[in-house]
Design a protein around this ligand. Sequence first.
Ligand SMILES: [Zn+2]
Length: 387
Amino acid sequence: MITDAEHLASWVGRLVRIPSVNPQHAGPRSGPGGEEQYAQALAGWFRELGADTVELHEIEPGRPNVYGIWEGRTDRWLVLDSHTDTVTVEHCTGDPFDGRIADGRVYGRGAVDTKASMGTMLAVLEAARAEGLAPRHNLVLVGTVSEEAGGLIGAEGFRTWAEARGLRPTDLIVAEPTMCAPIYGHKGGVSFDVEITGASAHSATPHLGRNAITAAAHLVVALDEEHRRLQTLDADTEVGRGTLTVTLVNGGTGGNVVPDRCTLTVGRRVVPFEDNEVVAAELAALIERSCPLPVTFTRTYLGTGAFYQSPDSELVRRIADWAGSTPEVAPYGTNALRYHGFAENMVVFGPGSIDDAHKAVEFVTLDELARCADVFTRWIEPTERSR
Ligand SMILES: [Zn+2]
């Protein structure tokens, strides 16, 4: 079975040429409709490449996931989830959607994050089909919306869809650029929006008011101290320690008015074996205790726990073996956060480097595509078609 690098690259280029910027990202070239066009195109290719079932699953109006199922001859269910959205292109130099192939690379938005994995799998299936072969195991290709922004609702939707059908993945690969290393863990998160309420007054007589920004300052310092305390704890796993950061502050109405209101966004990354509900409850108590003025929680996002499994688990070992790579943990989060307890084995895996994602010039190398094609081929084990 031949999947030469040019064949792989041409598939990735084809996917890059369908813009699918997340509609919540900035700029005139962001959605709506990009994810949908890409999903429609994938549905067409899934059919051409012999999928037994192809389905679009609307997650939000105009934002469908796409699923393709190839029925195999075993009872194993292999699932590849490759998100269909990309980040914004407003900071790109050149045409971000030309998908050109040059210098041993495919260029363009989504080339590495994360159309490379889907393109590689389609090329592998095409090469197999040309030789009368099809995946030995049941294979589900999943294109999910809304990974780059909007709360991983695509992954959530796919899980609900699969569970309603009694589909339990044996192996689940969440596609992200990992330099073909199987990622076996990363942090989860909890976050809050809080509003501090004071009382306004003329700034010449601040003692007549209660300054919400000053109260927020006390709270920010207390949260920073808590972050530093977390860094002194022993890390239970390679994923490391929990972190705590304030990311947004908003307050004040005029240069001569004591502010009666200030809002903060607080994010806490959670590590394996931490319970999100416990973390959130403790953090909420700390916020109330540390703020000298009344606090209201305007949004509580319980998120999900960290993704973690043993680096010795079966799929992790097999992929590391096939790719000649070493199992790793990741500093970033992925769709794996929505799949806790869903699949028997799960890894985050894909060609190319996260260092080349989200940049003004994005690319994936042909070498990495070839390495990934090898892993996918061994994973799906193309065999003589029965029909
Ligand atoms: Zn990605």
